[in-house]
Design a protein around this ligand. Structure first.
Ligand code: ZN
Ligand code: ZN
Length: 372
């Protein structure tokens, strides 16, 4: 797959080695997943056979792959990084191979946060006495500060999901089930340019009161408020995630009041993004407003999550987090109000912290969309 050369620059592994040293890790071991893609551009299959980037804090990094995967690895951006690609045969022990090539005297190694448990345990056996820790403590610091090319990729993802929201009225009609509407939306997510559909939430009426309801066979009724939260992964690897709210016909008065409060809270939060503000301060700006209007008990989750090669990653916008926002950080702002048994509403945009403030990547109106 052709890719923007700026999206997966060649110096990432070197930066990761430096970050590992700073985090007190003697080496990073990274199996297929978002960390491997971030570091090398290689979208490797997650298989039972070991594929692993080995990046010692000091020394030459190398990529261990099953021999039958070597052509794919070499054809990927990883093949152009100048890193040795070591193929192992079906009868080799790849864990022993990694251990034999690592510098001796390792104290502590970082394993990528999503490594399969069977691989973690195999490395524990192959490297006795070496403490295992999470590579995320080093890699998370890099991944949460997006480059300009990454922000462009997130912006493209946001535009693609915006295009789907613009057309929801074509599919969302009373008399149809959430599942039927969800299927049409999933097709539209692909048609808009995503490589993969990650989730489709169509939560109508009382189902909207559950933030992670997906779709059901409930038939959408006239006057139902409907929460539509959708996202996918673009060919670039970067993700989209956006929530808008729809009503077919006339929504209940009490819902409209709650929606007005929610919109004011989400707007205040998106307008408050600025370098130096902490995650918990940003969370409180929306939460205080919602509490002040009497809905505090019904805003039952954090404000948002970072987004990039994963839909949920650092930084989390949550009470108790002292993390200071910096230019390049990208995250969702998605307060919600959920009245059990009645309805729910959530408004979600992806925002990027820039030097001068926040930029919303999703541009579709946040007003309640009333469908005919
Ligand atoms: Zn989200
Ligand atoms: Zn979402």
């Amino acid at each position: 797959m052709a890719h923007d050369p700026n999206l997966y620059p060649a110096d990432r592994v070197v930066r990761a080695q430096k970050a590992a040293a700073e985090a007190g890790l003697d080496a990073l071991l990274v199996s297929p997943g978002p960390d491997l893609r971030y570091l090398t551009g290689y979208e490797a299959q997650p298989l039972e056979r070991l594929t692993c980037l080995v990046a010692p804090a000091e020394g030459e990094p190398f990529l261990v792959v099953p021999l039958l995967e070597r052509p794919a690895a070499e054809a990927s951006p990883a093949g152009g990084l100048g890193i040795e690609i070591v193929g192992w045969r079906e009868t080799d022990d790849p864990y022993a191979l990694v251990a034999s090539r690592l510098p001796s005297g390792l104290g502590r190694i970082g394993l990528d946060n999503h490594m399969w448990a069977e691989k973690v345990l195999a490395f524990r056996e192959a490297l006795p006495g070496v403490e295992q820790a999470l590579a995320g403590q080093a890699l998370g610091e890099l991944r949460m500060r997006k480059s300009d090319a990454e922000v462009r990729a997130l912006s493209e993802a946001a535009s693609a999901i915006d295009a789907v929201h613009l057309n929801v009225g074509e599919w969302l009609k009373p008399g149809r089930t959430e599942r039927e509407v969800g299927r049409d939306i999933a097709d539209a997510i692909i048609a808009a340019g995503h490589a993969r559909v990650d989730f489709v939430i169509v939560a109508s009426g009382p189902n909207g009161a559950s933030p992670h309801a997906e779709v059901s066979d409930r038939v959408i009724q006239p006057g139902d408020p409907v929460v539509v939260d959708i996202g996918g992964t673009m060919p670039s690897g970067y993700c989209s995630d956006s929530t808008r709210n729809y009503v077919v016909g006339q929504a209940p008065e009490e819902y409209l009041r709650a929606y007005g409060v929610l919109l004011a809270a989400q707007t205040a939060q998106t307008e408050s993004v600025i370098p130096g503000i902490t995650s918990q301060q940003l969370d409180a700006i929306g939460r205080d407003l919602i509490e002040g209007e009497g809905y505090g008990d019904y805003f039952i989750h954090r404000t948002g999550h970072g987004i990039g090669l994963e839909t949920h990653e650092e930084p989390y916008i949550v009470a108790g987090s002292q993390r200071t926002l910096e230019p390049g950080m990208a995250f969702s702002i998605e307060p919600g109000i959920y009245i059990p048994g009645a309805y729910g509403a959530r408004i979600e945009d992806i925002a990027v912290c820039t030097r001068t403030g926040g930029e919303r990547l999703n541009r579709v109106t946040r007003e309640l969309r009333v469908l005919a």
